[in-house]
Ligand binder design. Structure first.
Ligand code: KIV
Length: 272
């Protein structure tokens, strides 16, 4: 599907909830810059996530922890300038909302004011519920994120599948219900067993968007650079690559280098 100005309905949190009620799957992808966001939005994606995965993908950090609020705002404002249709969700980065609900509210307000994003995403359940509550009181829509929560990587110690054991699975279901009851408009479930993810999606009324969580949820999210094969060292089972852009781009650049060295570029038609 490709979209053109005027022939679309803007995606809001209400539209996403209506999609769940109608059984229409929700598509979500990441973007961190204007050019990519323009292509993703024009292709008809429902939700664009300005993920803190920008810390890995854009800045080359090993984890999502180092990215700052101002850096997230820079990425988010670039994305917002490109988007006509999709709902833009912005990750609150590590250290800007945990353990202090007043700081959480200030962080969310700063994101909304300075980036123009439409909502924020926070990782965690009961342990961050005061922050979620306080942000919601300011009229800012909140998306939850449970399962593998990369901001807690040093607590988990590994990026393997979460909630395989009953105790953790039960806590995840309770956290999902709590986030719904508190007023979150949707929930991301990352790297959890498909059966558990489907159970959560059937239990709560808000949309559940999965990444590595099987097909029984209400929508799917991937990191766009992974889907396009621009990253090539990361190959989890849940990832489907639609292109191999790493190879295509390095191939094209090698050709350019050769053309410059051999004075094939620029030719007569490519100069004034
Ligand atoms: O930051 C991110 O890209 C995310 C997705 C993996 C859901 O949170």
């Amino acid at each position: 599907m490709s979209i053109h100005k005027k022939d679309f309905k803007k995606i809001t949190t209400n539209v996403l909830q209506e999609m769940k009620r109608n059984g229409e799957k929700i598509s979500m992808l990441t973007a961190y810059d204007y050019t990519m966001a323009k292509m993703v939005d024009m292709a008809g994606i429902d939700v664009i996530l300005v993920g803190d995965s920008a810390s890995n993908v854009m800045a080359g950090h090993e984890t999502t922890l180092p990215i700052t609020l101002d850096q997230m705002i820079y990425h988010a404002s670039s994305v917002v300038r490109a988007v006509d249709r999709a709902l833009v969700v912005v990750d609150l980065p590590f250290g800007t909302y945990q353990g202090n609900s007043k700081e959480a509210l200030n962080s969310a307000i700063k994101v909304m004011k300075e980036s123009g994003g439409h909502s924020v995403k926070l990782e965690g359940g009961a342990e961050i519920i005061e922050s979620v509550q306080r942000i919601l009181t300011a009229g800012i829509p909140v998306m939850g994120h449970l399962g593998l929560t990369p901001q807690s990587i040093y607590k988990f110690g590994t990026y393997t599948v979460r909630a395989k054991e009953e105790e953790e699975a039960n806590k995840l279901i309770e956290d999902a219900k709590l986030l719904e009851a508190t007023g979150c408009f949707a929930l991301v479930l990352e790297k959890v067993p498909a059966e558990l993810a489907q159970k959560v999606a059937e239990t709560i009324s808000i949309p559940v968007i999965g990444i590595g969580a099987g097909s029984g949820v209400d929508g799917q999210v991937l990191v766009t650079h992974d889907l396009l094969g621009m990253t090539h060292e990361f190959s989890p089972r849940f990832l489907r690559r639609y292109l191999s852009l790493f190879d295509e781009i390095t191939g094209a650049i090698k050709e350019y280098v050769q053309d410059v060295k051999s004075v094939d570029f620029p030719n007569e038609k490519e100069q004034y």
